[in-house]
Design a binder for this molecule. Sequence first.
Ligand SMILES: Cc1ncc(C[n+]2csc(CCOP(=O)(O)OP(=O)(O)O)c2C)c(N)n1
Length: 286
Amino acid sequence: MGITKDEVKRLKKFAAQIRMETVKCVGTRGFGHLGGALSVVETLAVLYGGVMKINPQDPNWKGRDKLVMSKGHAGPALYSVLALKGYFPMDWLKTLNQPGTRLPSHCDRKLTPGVDMTTGSLGQGVSTAIGLALAQKMDGFDTRTYLVTGDGELDEGQTWEGALFAPQHNLTNLIWLVDYNRKQLDGHTIEVIDMGDIAAKFTSFGWYAQSIAGNEVEAIALAIEKAQAETAKPSCIVLNTIKGAGVPLVEAIELNHHIVFEGEIFEKSVAYLETVLAELEQGEGS
Ligand SMILES: Cc1ncc(C[n+]2csc(CCOP(=O)(O)OP(=O)(O)O)c2C)c(N)n1
């Protein structure tokens, strides 16, 4: 189990590309939900970098796996990976949240090719992902649904209804990734509602739960492999992440949920990510 060193390199580079596009996407608008978009970049790199069955030329292909980005404010990160995979032109990333755009601040499945579920009202993506996973099973498809929620999002009672439902209905094709970046809109999760040991809670609800380094592609790939191998229970992967991950000037902002992102901070962040990408490209030759 696990991935090769070459795979790690490839996925790290893909993550850096997604991170760069996410930063540019929000920077073009001048403000946005950058912290929680950046914390899930490695997860998206692993999922779209080889784990998920997808067909960017036919986004509605019935044989595809599905992703529900329940923390719909992370749209810019999802749009970046979808654009890089060729679901739509890269140019669209410059239109985030503008009048007439196909890329609204929160995900909308009717507007954006490759977006499987409309999200933004926290908690609801859990119910819709469960519906999708149930439908995949009822249709006899050998496909999975991947669900990404925040940790603050777990404050919504609806999430725990879902956590009870999925094991009882044997949704072994559901993999729930919780972005445990320990912050939410207006502060630290521990101060709002302390989620404590999330993996232990899911285990007690009948899930196969893992808690991992959530900004490490290798750890994510391994955890997903283990989740896929689990045949008796739905899976939960708690991603221990950093809000604003990979962009030091954004990580350093205490309340970095929705920030103004233009001028110096934008330019310095792009310059920083250019050096990261260059280093990763150099490393490819070694
Ligand atoms: C039902 C609902 N209540 C409130 C909001 C406003 N809101 C948007 S993001 C957010 C915080 C979410 O925190 P978390 O799930 O931890 O997201 P992350 O830190 O990963 O961005 C809130 C309260 C919302 N979108 N939906």
